[in-house]
Ligand binder design. Sequence first.
Ligand SMILES: Cc1cc2nc3c(=O)[nH]c(=O)nc-3n(C[C@H](O)[C@H](O)[C@H](O)COP(=O)(O)OP(=O)(O)OC[C@H]3O[C@@H](n4cnc5c(N)ncnc54)[C@H](O)[C@@H]3O)c2cc1C
Length: 258
Amino acid sequence: MYIFFILIKNNNGDYMNTIWYQPYKTYPTLKNNLTTDILIIGGGLTGILTAYFLKDTNKKITIVEARHIGQGSTGHATAKVTSQHGLIYHKLSKKKAQLYYQAMQYSLNQYIDLSKKYDFDLEIKDHYIFSKNISELEAEINAYKKLKIPYLFKKYQNNYMIGFKNQLQINPLKLIHCLAQNLNIYENTRIIKIENHSAYTHQYKIKANMIIVATHYPILKIKGLYPLKLYQQKSAIIAYKNIKPLDNMYLEAYGPFP
Ligand SMILES: Cc1cc2nc3c(=O)[nH]c(=O)nc-3n(C[C@H](O)[C@H](O)[C@H](O)COP(=O)(O)OP(=O)(O)OC[C@H]3O[C@@H](n4cnc5c(N)ncnc54)[C@H](O)[C@@H]3O)c2cc1C
C-alpha cells in the first residue's frame, strides 16, 4: 500500500498548494453528539461521491472529515479518469479483466453524466502508456486483443505507445466542491474510534445505522499493522512555462507512478 503527495516549496520555503487548490467553501466542525442513518468517514472523492449517490435514498447522511474535504490524495492527484491505469489487463484472469474494464467504462460514463450537471473542467483526451521497449507492452496488447478492447498503437520518436481513446481529465477538487453543496458535512472532525454502531471524535459520539469508512488509509490502527506497510514514493517533476499544453495524457509503462 502506498500514499504519496506532491509537496512543493515556494520561494518563502512554505509548502505550496496543489494545482487544484482554490479558497473553497469550508464546513462547520462537529460540536455535539449526533444520530444519523449513514455516517461516511472521510471527505475525499470516495466519501463525497458515495454520499452524492446515496442522497436520493431519503436516509440522513453525514460526512465527517478530519481536515478539509479534498485535502487528502484527492487534492493531490493527477486526476486522469481512465480505463487504462497502467499495464493491468494481462495480469488479470479474462473474467476479472472484463469486469474491470466494464467497471472503468461505467465510471467514465458516470463522470460524463455528472459533467452535464456540474462544471468541473472535464476534458476528453486520449490516454497512452509508452515505453522504449516494445516487449514491455506486448503482453498488454495481447490482453486487449483477447478481451476485444479497442486500442490505439503509435510510435513516436523512440517510444511505442498503446492508448485508449476518449478518456477524461478532471479537476477533482472542483468536482467534490460541486457535489458537496447539498451534503451534510463536518470538517476538522477526526474520528478516533468506531464501536457498536457509533463513531467517536475526541469529544463527541455519532450514532449511525451504517458507517462507511472512506479514509483511503485504514484508521483502525492495530488490526493489520497498516502503518508498517506504508512507504514513501518520490519522483521528479518538471514544469515548463509558456509551452503548448500536452494534447493527450501519457504514462510511462514502468515509470514512477505504476
Ligand atoms: C500524486 C497522485 C496522483 C494520482 N493520480 C491519479 C489519477 O491520475 N487518476 C486516478 O484515478 N487516481 C489518481 N490518484 C489516486 C486518487 O487520488 C485516489 O485514489 C483518490 O483520490 C482517493 O480518494 P479517497 O477519497 O479514497 O481518499 P482521500 O482523498 O485521501 O480522502 C480520504 C479523506 O479521509 C480523511 N480522513 C482520514 N482519516 C480520517 C479520520 N480518522 N476521520 C475523519 N476523516 C479522516 C482524510 O483527511 C481525507 O480527506 C493519484 C493519487 C496521488 C497521490
